[in-house]
Design a protein around this ligand. Structure first.
Ligand SMILES: Cc1cc2nc3c(=O)[nH]c(=O)nc-3n(C[C@H](O)[C@H](O)[C@H](O)COP(=O)(O)OP(=O)(O)OC[C@H]3O[C@@H](n4cnc5c(N)ncnc54)[C@H](O)[C@@H]3O)c2cc1C
Length: 477
């Protein structure tokens, strides 16, 4: 998959340029790339891309329905036949029937870190509830290094870190010139603190010197109007509201998440008929990245994957839609979904969804749950997740506000994602790349060169393993 991804990225460049998106090019017309990063290169466009694409879609008569949160997928046996949701502004129930349904609503980030707020696992959990398989859930989350004073992430900051005694720590814990975060830097940061050499401090002046990700000026190499405005405003805000004014501010492991585990084939087709998944929602599920170190496990998913996966889906989607018969819709399913969707509104008072989200964050985001794992702590986490399921069912109240009803459903979806993430991590009894088990510290190739698949069967999460098709790979890991 990673080979297909790389090859198709050039088709994406051509497609975007045909649609009027400016991709940064040098004076000779060649793609302007940052090539100093080991193992991969970076290209760029400006941040107004979505506005331009939206205009283009409108011009081509694509119908859009805004402010609507989709909640459940409609099914006819093993075929997805559409979705239902509601308007966040006024609570109007909406039914979408379709021959083909595409999940493209991002990953699950548990609302832990600013800017990674929007991915709440809605599509991942809805696909799972409809009976679709998920893959690689246990290895789909990652961390960044963040400034403690304002929770902003310092992309590639691992090569500018010092302990409280002024010792340079990256060389102790990670290899030089890594193209992205090495999980060992987070383990190292924790070790330094636990052994009394904390806090860990960040030396801003070194980020462009020692940091391969920042090589060649990184984000600021290009003259991009919208990106310049965005970064300027963001940095000014972060500086103004930082609670840490130190010359070398303190840094922490910053949970990002990005669990996007909808299992798809090379055409982005899911395991249910009539259902496709794109972008962040299926990053881990496509198998293009694993638990392994870079280049196969480069942080999150990425804008290019969102575009490339769309191109990969195009042909099979069009062919299926042309030949499929009209979707079969079951009235009683719609009635049940409507009732379930709005039933929390009957609880006029009660616990806020935010309380439930906070409970999940506390057992998912700390490094002791998601960087280094153990059976004992994962079971601890699962106990809390069970409590949250119960609260979602009986206590959490949207307090008569449709936006809060949206947050209620987000919480419900995050609870599903939490359970799936922890149970699959518990199942993988080995250490591999970003999946570190204290109780199984060795990589076990004999038993675990496999994908773990999660599926909802008769209301219970069922785990199984899938053989990885190494025989089809040109390059074998
Ligand atoms: C701070 C930040 C910086 C990043 N920097 C880079 C970078 O420099 N380069 C790079 O390549 N990638 C970067 N990424 C990653 C990149 O943004 C994502 O990989 C990409 O946006 C994924 O696209 P997507 O369409 O799959 O999902 P998204 O962009 O997450 O879009 C999903 C959409 O679905 C909507 N949605 C969610 N739930 C529902 C629902 N229930 N019903 C209806 N709609 C719903 C959301 O509002 C959103 O509009 C960054 C991400 C973040 C957060």
């Amino acid at each position: 998959m990673v080979k297909i991804y790389a090859e198709t990225s050039l088709t994406l460049v051509e497609t975007l340029e045909r649609w009027g998106i400016e991709i940064m090019r040098d004076e000779n017309g060649k793609l302007s790339r940052i090539e100093e990063i080991p193992l991969w290169a970076l290209c760029a466009y400006d941040l107004d891309i979505l506005q331009k694409l939206r205009k283009l879609a409108k011009k081509n008569n694509v119908r859009m329905i805004d402010k609507t949160q989709s909640v459940e997928l409609l099914t006819d046996g093993n075929t997805v036949t559409g979705a239902v949701g509601f308007d966040l502004t006024n609570g109007i129930f909406r039914i979408f029937t379709a021959k083909a349904t595409v999940i493209a609503n991002g990953s699950c980030n548990w609302m832990a870190t600013n800017m990674w707020y929007s991915g709440r696992g809605d599509g991942v959990a809805a696909a799972y509830r409809a009976g679709a398989e998920l893959r690689n859930s246990e290895i789909s989350n990652f961390y960044n290094i963040g400034l403690r004073g304002n929770m902003s992430s310092i992309v590639g900051g691992q090569y500018a870190l010092y302990n409280a005694y002024g010792e340079y720590i990256p060389s102790k814990y990670c290899k030089e010139w890594e193209p992205d975060f090495d999980i060992n830097i987070f383990l190292g940061m924790e070790k330094e603190v636990m052994e009394g050499r904390g806090p860990i401090l960040f030396e801003e002046t070194e980020i462009f010197v020692k940091n391969p990700i920042a090589a060649g000026g990184f984000l600021f190499k290009w003259d991009r109007k919208w990106a310049g405005k965005f970064w300027g405003m963001l940095m000014a805000k972060e500086e103004r509201f930082s609670s840490d004014e130190g010359w070398r501010p303190e840094v922490i492991p910053l949970f990002i998440g990005e669990m996007g585990a909808v299992s798809v084939d090379h055409n982005m087709k899911g395991t249910l008929q009539g259902m496709w998944a794109l972008g962040d929602a299926c990053k881990a599920g496509s198998g293009f990245c694993g638990a392994t170190p870079p280049p196969c496990r480069l942080r999150g998913s990425g804008l290019t994957w969102a575009g490339v996966s769309s191109i990969l889906a195009e042909k099979s989607l069009a062919e299926y839609t042309a030949s499929a018969s009209a979707p079969v819709v079951h009235e009683e399913q719609i009635v049940r979904f409507k009732e379930e969707l709005f039933s929390p509104m009957q609880r006029k008072t009660g616990m806020s969804p935010r309380e439930g989200i906070r409970m999940l964050q506390e057992v998912i985001t700390p490094p002791r749950y998601s960087i280094r794992k153990s059976e004992k702590r994962m079971k601890e986490s699962l106990e809390v997740i069970d409590k949250v399921y119960d609260l979602v069912k009986n206590e959490i109240s949207p307090q008569e506000d449709f936006h809060m009803l949206g947050l209620y459903h987000d919480l419900r979806n995050m609870t599903y994602c939490s359970e799936i993430y922890m149970k699959t991590a518990l199942e993988r009894k080995e250490t591999r790349g970003w999946h570190i088990r204290e109780d199984y510290p060795v990589q076990d190739d004999r038993n675990w060169r496999k994908w773990i698949t999660a599926k909802l069967e008769n209301g219970t999460l069922k785990l199984s393993t899938e053989d990885i098709p190494f025989e089809k790979y040109k390059y074998n890991p």
